[in-house]
Design a protein around this ligand. Sequence first.
Ligand code: 5AD
Ligand code: SF4
Length: 473
Amino acid sequence: MLEIVKKTIDEKRQGEAFSGDPSMEQTIGKKFFIESYGCSMNFSDSEIIASILQAEGFGSTKNEEEADLIFLNTCSIREKAELTVRKRLTEFRKLKKVRPTMLVGMLGCMAERLKSKLLEEEKLVDMVVGPDAYRSLPALIQEAETGTKAVNVLLSREETYADISPVRLNSNGVSAFVSIMRGCNNMCTFCVVPFTRGRERSRDDVTIVQECQDLFDQGYREVTLLGQNVDSYYWVDPQTNHPIDFAMLLEKVAKISPLLRVRFSTSHPKDITDKVLFTMRDHSNICRYIHLPVQSGSTRLLQLMNRTYTREWYLAKIRRIKEIMPDCAISSDIIAGFCTEEESDHLDTIDVMKQSAYEYSYMFVYSERPGTLAAKRYTDDVDMETKKRRLSEIVSIQNSLSFESNRRDVGKIFEVLIEGESKRSDKQWMGRNSQYKVMVFEKAENQTHQKGDYVMVKVDDFTQATLLCTIVN
Ligand code: 5AD
Ligand code: SF4
C-alpha cells in the first residue's frame, strides 16, 4: 500500500495521470492547508498529518485560498492561544463564502479539550480531531464531505505514529524536529496538556534513530528530539527485553555522525539525570543547551504547582549542570501570578532567575485553564494588573541576564551551523552555536560555504537577540 502511495505522489509531481488505488481517485488534486499554533510538538504533529494526507493522495498548499481542506493545529495552553485560533477562524469564514465546498478541521489540543462542543460554538468547523486520532483523518474527511460533522477525540495509550515518515513543512533543510514520545503524566496543576495529550508513551528507539539517520542522509545537520518530558523516555525492546532510557537514546542518535547536532526539549528538572548530563558532556555534537523550566522560584508555589522539587533542589540541579558542562546554556519557562502568589514568592522567582543566569526564558502570566487541578482546587486570586507588573519585572530581569550572557561571549570563538542567509542581507549568513544563540556574519568572498556547513566564528559585538561575528580560520 505504502509503495503504491509513494508512487502516486511521484506520478502526481510529474503531472502524470493517476492509475492506482480507486479509493484515492477522489482525493487526487484536492489540496490541504495546515497552520500550526503553540509548541514544537504541534509543528511536528503537522508534519505527521501532512504525511498521512499525502499518502492518501492529497496535495499540500501554502495558499489558503486554493485549499479544499483547511486545518488548524491548535493550542490550549493559555486562553490567549485559544482566542488567537478563534480569531483566525473568522478569516476562514470569508473564504468559505467564496468556496462553499471547502472543509475546516480543528486539530490538536483545542479539539481534544472542547470535543464536539467546538462544533456547537464554531459553526464553520466540519471536523474535530484530537492529537491521537490523526490516522483517522482520511475517513473523517470522507465523512465530512457527505455533510456530516466528523469528530474523533479518542486518546490512546500506545499511539506514537512511529511508522509515519513526517513530511517536512516550512523546513530550512538543516534542522528538523523528531518526536520521541507523546503525552505527559506529570500533572502540574496549572497545565492542560495531560488532559489534551493524554498519558505519556515513548516511541521505539529503532524508528527514532532511523528517522534521524534518514534526515542526515538527506542533508539535515540538526535534530531536536521532542517530547513533553524527554527525560522520562523509556522503551523496552520487545525482542531483547533491553530497556532504553533517554541517555541511551541520545547516545544512539549522537553516534549517527559527529556532523549531526542533537538537541532535545523539554526537560523536567526532576527527571534530568547525571547520566544524561555525562552523555552530553561525552558527545560534543549533543548541544550545550538545556531547556529546564522552573515555573516559579518559590518552594511554596512549586508545591501548589505539583512540580515535585524545591527551589534549593532546582538550584542544585543548575549547579550540577554547570559543574559537568561549564559552557552549557540554560533556558526556562516562568509563570507570573499563579494562585496565591505573594510579593515574596515573586522575589524568590527573580532570585532563582539571577542565580540560574538563564540565557533565555519564556515568560507568561498565569492563565487558568478549565478542568486543570489548579482550576478545581485553587482560586485565581492574583489580579491581572499585578500579574502583568510581575511579568514585566521578570521580562526585564531576563533581558539583563541575556545581555550579560551575550557580553560574556564577546571575543570568544564558536562553531556555527549555517541555517541560511540572514534576514537583513544576502551577503550575511545566519546560524546558531551549540548554545542555541543566533549568530550573524559576513559571507567570506573566497569561500563557498553553504547552508548546513559548520564554520568557526569570533564574536565581535551583539544586539538584543543576535551575536555579530566574523569568520576565523
Ligand atoms: N498559564 C500560563 N502558562 C502556562 N504554561 C502552562 N500552562 C500554563 C498556564 N495555565 C506554561 C508553562 C509551560 C509552558 C509550555 O507554558 O511555563 O512550561
Ligand atoms: Fe504540562 Fe507539567 Fe507536563 Fe509540562 S511537565 S506538559 S507543564 S503537566
